[in-house]
Ligand binder design. Structure first.
Ligand SMILES: Nc1ncnc2c1ncn2[C@@H]1O[C@H](COP(=O)(O)OP(=O)(O)OP(=O)(O)O)[C@@H](O)[C@H]1O
Ligand SMILES: O=P(O)(O)O[C@@H]1[C@H](O)[C@H](O)[C@@H](OP(=O)(O)O)[C@H](OP(=O)(O)O)[C@H]1O
Length: 303
């Protein structure tokens, strides 16, 4: 028997509905055709040609929460200014999709943030030292606590990296088992610096660009008092072709402009998002994780 469920090769895959295919570039979560944990659920992310992904709505009650999160956020009558602002930090939502090939599964239709990238580089980071919610039972709490020995210190965990290394001219893929085992030093050397191609002279500007984007997310979290996010991720993407566009003569303004338009940061995975019960909430768990990630990125930038 394969040691890791991810290594199980499936003899029969679920049918792929017409006009869509499994998501090309995915670094974590429910992968189409792969069992999810012990649950043997083989449905996962799909993509279409229109720049959208299809995310299966997960079983109760996680999936329902995520579906409600998106439909509330993109409701045309939404009048809460903080939530209207939050739209800029998440993939666009286009409604729901069902297909006769997968009876019983409804998909969320979301913007595919890797769609326009020629050589996509992707990193998924789950934010916050606490990854279980108020409804978690003892088993869930203990299984979450066992997943990453360094989570309490780091405040975040990298779940997956797929990066085109301009040094070896090939893709490097790192999975959550490898990444969760990295301590405070190794997470810099074998995680973040690898993702940002830091051997490149322009790696510095890439980190600078993402720090700007993270600062916008931070500002929103300091201001908003509506929601708190457990086990939610930040998805970092950039196009490795940007390094080809630049040369040593490029001014720093030109470099920043090129990198800004070839990179993106979005919040994803909203299966554990809740409304604060009082008017003066502050998402300390998310803020702790985010601030720590920013500090680590600043260290990367200085190195
Ligand atoms: N909008 C998007 N555009 C492009 N890729 C995406 C998008 N959303 C998710 N992905 C890809 O899918 C992966 C998993 O996303 P997500 O965390 O939403 O899935 P999940 O199945 O809910 O995960 P889990 O069940 O492990 O919490 C991400 O790491 C990323 O590679
Ligand atoms: O990455 P792994 O180790 O495969 O773990 C899964 C992943 O962390 C999910 O985020 C988590 O769901 P939630 O965060 O939504 O709870 C799920 O929990 P579950 O199996 O308890 O549903 C895990 O199986």
């Amino acid at each position: 028997m394969a040691e890791n469920m991810d290594d199980v090769v499936w003899k029969s895959l679920p049918p792929v509905p017409k006009g869509v295919k499994p998501l090309d570039h995915q670094v974590a979560g429910h992968v189409f055709g792969r069992p999810n944990g012990q649950k043997q659920n083989q449905l996962g992310f799909l993509q279409n040609d229109e720049g959208q992904i299809l995310k299966p709505i997960q079983g109760p009650i996680k999936g329902k929460r995520e579906a409600e999160f998106y439909s509330r956020l993109f409701d045309s009558e939404l009048a809460i200014s903080e939530l209207i602002e939050l739209r800029t930090f998440v993939p666009k939502y286009f409604g729901q999709w069902v297909t006769e090939e997968h009876p019983g599964c409804t998909y969320l239709i979301l913007e595919n943030i890797t769609h326009t990238l020629k050589i996509p580089c992707i990193m998924d980071i789950k934010i916050g030292p606490i990854t279980y919610d108020k409804y978690a039972d003892e088993n869930k709490i203990s299984s979450e606590k066992k997943k990453s020995p360094f989570l309490e210190k780091l405040g975040f965990q990298i779940l997956g990296i797929k990066v085109f290394s301009t040094k070896i001219k090939d893709y490097i893929k790192l999975d959550r088992y490898f990444l969760r085992a990295l301590d405070e030093t190794a997470v810099l050397e074998k995680g973040l610096k690898v993702f940002f191609n830091l051997h490149e002279p322009f790696g510095f500007y890439l980190v600078k660009t993402f720090l700007e984007k993270l600062s916008d997310v931070q500002n929103w979290f300091y201001r908003q008092k509506k929601l708190y996010f457990i086990a939610s991720s930040l998805l970092f993407v950039y196009d490795a072709t940007v390094f080809e566009l630049l040369n040593p003569e490029s001014s720093s303004d030109m470099v920043m402009q090129a990198i800004r338009s070839n990179s993106n940061l979005k919040m994803i995975d909203f299966t554990h998002v809740f409304d604060f019960e009082t008017e003066d909430g502050r998402d300390e768990n998310y803020i702790t994780g985010l601030n720590s990630l920013v500090k680590f990125m600043e260290l990367v930038q200085k190195s």
